[in-house]
Design a protein around this ligand. Structure first.
Ligand SMILES: [Zn+2]
Length: 325
């Protein structure tokens, strides 16, 4: 029965739960807690899948294999156990191969991108930028590109972070709006939002159709943007950030960063509406929605903790006793 409960939990956490959570709008009010909940669900889904396979396998280890096993469990159950174990083995191998490929390709792409923006950087084009907004490494991090495209994005990585902004943006936005853009990008880099996105990119690349991985990736991407928006509005207020978002979203060069991640203009309309809502509530300066966040954290803990206590611990204890006996 343990394998059945693990499998049922895995199906639930891979399909209906992410699909429902992706449609929820309350998550926009507490993006940090919602991200923790998403990560907890993803981790629980992976663990439940592994648990389903391993609990089937433990039967083979703890009981006498071969004909006695077949006689005890019957042909149907033995076939199910074999198929379940094989399925989990395939899923696990596929997941890790994709994880390594995504990690290598992402880092290679970012390294090339970093080299490119270092080469194209025009320091003279940004005399008025307040680099203090980018933290201690501000002067080393900022790269200004010349040309008609209006872009603002960051390129994270251990080889050196970069915040890229075009001189068109610097010319057309006020210093407060540029400050909001830089604070937004700095928040991405400081909180390593790229790692959160990478985990969900791996899940989506490994299982593009079987589970709700596309909805999960899109939602997590939006929540990460909202989190960076919150950091930016705490420094500059909502209005300059909203203006900058509208400008970048309507710009012809938007998205020219080519990364498809962590750029300011993504999902701009949704984010501007959210900023307007938060501003109406007068919550620019104080932490909002504390109870909702606490509830989300509690659910995140429950998603991991309840199956561990109710299914995993009894199974591990019983398996240990069988092996010891
Ligand atoms: Zn962003």
């Amino acid at each position: 029965m343990t394998a059945f409960w693990f499998a049922a939990l895995a199906v639930l956490l891979c399909g209906p739960v992410p699909a429902l959570l992706a449609r929820a709008r309350w998550t926009w009010q507490v993006p940090r807690a919602a991200l923790v909940l998403w990560q907890s669900i993803a981790l629980a889904a992976v663990l439940a899948t592994l648990g389903a396979g391993l609990s089937s396998l433990t039967l083979l280890v703890t009981e006498q294999p071969g004909l006695p096993f077949l006689a005890r469990h019957g042909l149907a159950q033995t076939t199910l156990i074999g198929l379940g174990s094989a399925f989990v083995a395939v899923v696990t191998v596929r997941f890790w191969i994709v994880a390594v490929l995504v990690a290598v390709r992402t880092r290679r792409r970012r390294r090339r991108h970093r080299d490119l923006v270092d080469l194209l950087h025009h320091d003279d084009a940004a005399p008025a930028v307040d680099r203090a907004l980018l933290g201690e490494a501000g002067a080393r991090v900022l790269r200004v590109l010349t040309g008609p495209a209006r872009v603002a994005y960051c390129v994270p990585g251990v080889g050196g972070n970069r915040v890229v902004i075009s001189d068109a943006v610097l010319r057309e936005l006020s210093s407060q709006e540029v400050g909001a853009v830089l604070a937004h990008e700095q928040a991405h880099l400081r909180a390593r939002h790229d790692l959160v996105l990478e985990a969900f990119t791996v899940l989506h690349a490994a299982f593009p159709r079987v589970v709700s991985s596309r909805a999960a990736l899109d939602t997590v991407r939006l929540l990460v943007e909202m989190l960076a928006d919150d950091a930016a509005r705490r420094r500059t207020g909502s209005l300059p950030l909203a203006r900058a978002l509208v400008h970048l979203a309507s710009a012809p060069g938007e998205g020219a960063g080519g990364q498809g991640e962590l750029r300011v203009g993504a999902d701009a309309l949704t984010r501007v509406r959210r900023l307007a809502d938060e501003r109406c509530r007068g919550e620019d300066r104080r932490p909002p929605h504390r109870r909702l966040a606490l509830a989300a954290y509690a659910v995140a803990l429950g998603v991991l903790g309840v199956p561990t206590l109710a299914i995993a611990v009894p199974w591990l204890t019983a398996s240990w006793r069988s092996l010891a006996g």
